[in-house]
Design a protein around this ligand. Structure first.
Ligand code: NPW
Ligand code: K
Length: 514
């Protein structure tokens, strides 16, 4: 799913109005009906009080129109206009008139107004600012946000939490009204997925307001959301007349005394994603544990007992996963540097190998084209330097990826994959996966996918998606706390099978989207 900028949404809006020969008021009405259907389906006429806070632009207009539908269906509502500007939009005014015709008189809130009392069990609809926000809200509006949050009532945001910009990070937390749920029109927003801004909404959902499909299809975006629909088109089925050689030979290079587990995890997950053969290159101390733990893997040992000191290969791997559990001993760094200078095939670089490259940036020029780098935030900072905020980070990552022709897998709650000027935001995974070894599993998976012939970028997308999906499937049995990296490997099979499951849709919601 594409992630559009506010500018692109306004353009889609305009295009749709012209092509479908409708007025902007009719489009707002569609949006309001979708909002109403969503609420009505869940509330079924319950008399819980709904407090609708509306701004003076089109976001506010959506709120007023929703209030009208709620009133028409007998809901218990209270409407407020947050009067932060005199410049009211046309469709806001139209909907204000329609409320007045029904004898609904909103409370106008201004600087110095007394804030309305709201009970914890009641509902707040936030239609104060939408994607038209272009500066921080006034102090008094921020104070209102604080008051609304302090009531602990459920906050349902219309389109986007008020105070949240679409393309930058707010300066202060109190300038945004945190939402429990956001109903985003047509498409989600990139800010729902970034570490600094994702916290402003607990959950989100998209409401289809019928913006022109062709326009949306043809408009190119810098970012997209990666889910099953994006993965399936490049999935490669296993073929009948194939053999283990068809699916590549992966080599995992890593391990040191006390960190052999990382290699085990990477090698096992590499096998689980379907690599035809897997060999590990490790220091001698890991020989017996590796051979015992993973009978399917072959082992080549270094001359050193406790760390890697030189990488001499007697095999020709299809893809290499480099760095897991490797440590930063002097001899190891040299071995990696020498290895990279000669090696020309696809590579996935992780952990200590990333840190080594960060320390010796000249090594970057030896990386083969489209090398996949899998940094967590600290490792990323060592590679690309510090950043002002999440947007600056993404821009720097794009420049880095373009300059060095590498795929950056920025690990986080929503892992973002950057290749050149595009970003791909992953949707799978959960907090249970914040545990030792899950990164090693990911490295093994991406390596194994490249070995089978996936392009490095595709391997990164598929690997990250399956890794998270496996975690999501597994966590249902373990809960967040008990989830281990090993469990994520065991979930890879079910995650593959899940790719082909067709999701059942809630029929009432489908109806609402007509
Ligand atoms: N295509 C779609 O998806 C559809 C979208 N729809 C809805 O429209 C919403 C966008 O509406 P919108 O453009 O009127 O902007 P909105 O966010 O209501 O702000 C209002 C005005 O406030 C101003 N302003 C900005 N910052 C400020 C500040 N800090 N303090 C004070 N004032 C400030 C600024 O005007 P300015 O003063 O800069 O001239 C701005 O124009 C969208 O989120 C969705 O809910 C639907 O109706 C159907 C179709
Ligand atoms: K809003």
């Amino acid at each position: 799913m594409k992630l559009f900028t506010a500018e692109q949404v306004y353009a889609a809006d305009k295009f749709t109005i012209e092509k479908q020969n409708i007025t902007s008021d009719e489009l707002m009405e569609r949006a309001a009906i979708q909002l109403f259907n969503w609420l009505h389906l869940r509330m079924q006429g319950a008399q819980v009080k709904i407090h609708l806070f509306c701004g003076i632009g089109n976001n506010g207009g959506d709120g007023l129109a929703l209030a009208r539908h709620l009133q028409d269906h007998g809901y218990n509502i209270e409407v407020y206009v947050v009067n932060y500007s005199k410049k009211r939009s046309k469709d806001f005014l139209t909907n204000l008139e329609r409320l007045k015709e029904r004898k609904i008189w909103p409370n106008f809130l201004e600087e110095g107004s007394e804030w309305p009392p709201i009970k914890e069990e009641e509902i707040i609809v936030d239609a104060i600012f939408g994607i038209g926000l272009n500066r921080a809200p006034d102090e008094w509006v921020g104070n209102l946000f604080e008051h609304l949050e302090s009531t602990k009532a459920f906050v349902l945001a219309v389109d986007i939490p008020s105070g949240l910009f679409t393309e930058s990070v707010p300066k202060r937390e109190k300038d945004v009204l945190k939402a429990n749920y956001t109903l985003s029109f047509q498409v989600p927003k990139l800010v729902f997925f970034l570490p600094q801004t994702g916290k402003y909404t607990v959950q989100w959902e998209v409401l289809d307001i019928g913006l022109d499909k062709q326009f949306l299809f043809e408009t190119d975006t810098d970012y997209s959301l990666i889910g099953k629909n994006e993965i399936l088109p490049f999935y490669r089925p296993r073929e009948k007349y194939s053999h283990k050689g068809t699916y590549g030979h992966s080599l995992i290079i890593g391990g040191s005394y006390g960190k052999m587990g990382a290699v085990q995890l990477a090698a096992r997950s590499c096998l689980r994603v379907g690599s035809g053969l897997v060999t590990v290159y490790i220091p001698k101390c890991g020989y017996i544990p590796l051979q015992t733990a993973i009978p399917e893997a072959m082992v080549i040992t270094d001359n050193e007992d406790s760390h890697i000191s030189e990488i001499e290969l007697s095999i020709e791997p299809t893809a290499v996963g480099l760095g897991v559990g490797m440590g930063t001993k002097e001899g190891t760094s040299e071995a990696i540097a020498n290895f990279l200078k000669d090696y020309k095939r696809p590579v996935v670089v992780d952990a200590d190998a990333l840190n080594l490259i960060a320390q010796h940036k000249d090594l970057l020029k030896y990386l083969p084209g489209q090398a996949v780098l899998t940094p967590h935030p600290k490792e990323l900072e060592r590679l690309i330097g510090s950043w002002k905020d999440d947007f600056d980070k993404l821009e720097k990552a794009k420049v880095f990826s373009d300059k060095h022709d590498c795929v950056l897998v920025i690990k986080g709650a929503h892992t973002i994959i950057i290749y050149k000027n595009k970003g791909y935001v992953n949707t799978t995974g959960n907090p249970g996966m914040a545990t030792g070894g899950t990164g090693d599993v990911l490295t093994g998976m991406i390596t194994g996918l490249i070995a089978q012939g996936y392009e490095p970028l595709q391997a990164a997308l598929l690997g990250v998606y399956l890794h998270g999906r496996s975690g999501d499937i597994t966590v249902e049995n373990t809960g967040y706390q008990a989830l281990l990296a090993t469990d994520v490997i065991e979930g890879i099979g079910p995650a593959f099978l899940d790719l082909f499951k067709v999701e059942e849709k809630v029929s009432a919601e489908e109806d609402g989207n007509e």
